[in-house]
Design a protein around this ligand. Structure first.
Ligand code: NAD
Length: 299
């Protein structure tokens, strides 16, 4: 069993660390939130007094933090001034960042860390984190990926090596841009169906077996009824919150701008999700955007 340092024990990191404990690993954790740290300790984890302390003696060091600036500061020290976790970890330790951050920061931190580092963002949300059914999209060297696979397997069901540093974040940005555009057009189709006098169930029964089929429709249907487990059946309680979708679409647009890729639907999806977010829906599931679309009278 491995000795693992885990920093960032929030909605995702908390259950992920608990699954590592359940698998028999020795996990030392740190979070700025006393509540998150207490919940981790109650589940059998060892508390550290700082992020750097959590790395001591660890074979694997994992972060699950909100955004790129937190990840850069945690690994490289605040303002890149040193004193971060990369310097504190032992020379053999494999560093893994599971946060969703921009591709450029992931590459910068991996290059500056001076040892094998993986970017390994996830999809599957808090339910996937609880149930150890996450998908990991991994960027980084082959040997570090091979060594980390058994650790990631304790937290997820599907683990994909996407390429070198930053490739995991690139895959996540591309995937979520596809998801957002699929969700918006699926919701638009239900609104159009309503205006045409077509029932939700009839559209679902046709499109789920036709070329309009998508995960947004068949697993996450934005109207109540056809898919009982979808957030639409519980007043759009997340699930996957709009604030996180807007964040991920912003990361996709940062990546597109840096890479010189033209993504018109990605631009439009970001604009629509920002509009929904700014109307006070950050905590609403991203499929709830159907309510905004239904109320729109012009573009
Ligand atoms: P969260 O806000 O619940 O957890 C983040 C934790 O990091 C908090 O407990 C916070 O106190 C802690 N933290 C922040 N800075 C710290 C520091 N310097 N040192 C120690 N702890 C620090 O967020 P979350 O929902 O767990 O998301 C984490 C990451 O996972 C994000 O990048 C998010 O985009 C990504 N993600 C989230 C979901 C989801 O459904 N929640 C799904 C996929 C990916």
């Amino acid at each position: 069993m491995a000795r693992i340092g885990f920093v960032g024990l929030g909605n995702m990191g908390g259950p992920m660390a608990r699954n590592l404990l359940k698998a028999g690993h020795d996990v030392t954790g740190f979070d700025l939130s006393a509540g998150a740290l207490a919940a981790f300790a109650a589940a059998g984890g060892t508390r550290a007094g700082s992020a750097a302390e959590a790395t001591v003696g660890a074979g694997f060091v994992i972060t699950m933090l909100p955004a790129g600036r937190h990840v850069r500061d945690a690994w490289l020290g605040v303002g890149g001034q040193g004193g971060g976790m990369a310097a504190a970890a032992g020379p053999e330790a494999i560093l893994i960042d599971c946060s969703t951050i921009d591709v450029a920061t992931a590459r910068e931190v991996a290059a500056a860390a001076g040892r094998p580092m993986l970017d390994a963002p996830v999809s599957g949300g808090t339910m996937g984190a609880e149930g150890a059914t996450l998908t990991f999209m991994v960027g980084g060297p082959d040997d570090a990926y091979a060594a980390a696979t058994p650790i990631l397997s304790a937290m997820g069901r599907s683990i994909v090596h996407c390429g070198g540093a930053g490739a995991g974040q690139a895959a996540k940005a591309c995937n979520n841009m596809m998801l957002a555009a699929n969700m918006i057009v699926t919701a638009e189709a239900f609104v159009l169906a309503e205006k045409l006098g077509l029932t939700h169930q009839a559209l679902f029964d046709v499109a789920s077996k036709s070329s309009g089929q998508s995960w947004a429709l068949t697993s996450y249907c934005p109207v109540p009824g056809p898919v009982p487990a979808s957030p639409a059946n519980r007043d759009y309680k997340p699930g996957f919150a709009t604030a996180l979708m807007a964040k991920d679409l912003g990361l996709a647009q940062d990546a597109a701008a840096t890479a010189g890729a033209v993504t018109p639907l990605g631009v439009e999806a970001l604009a629509l999700y920002r509009r929904f977010l700014e109307a006070g829906n950050g905590d609403v599931d991203f499929s709830g955007i159907i309510g905004m679309l239904r109320g729109m009278t012009e573009r």
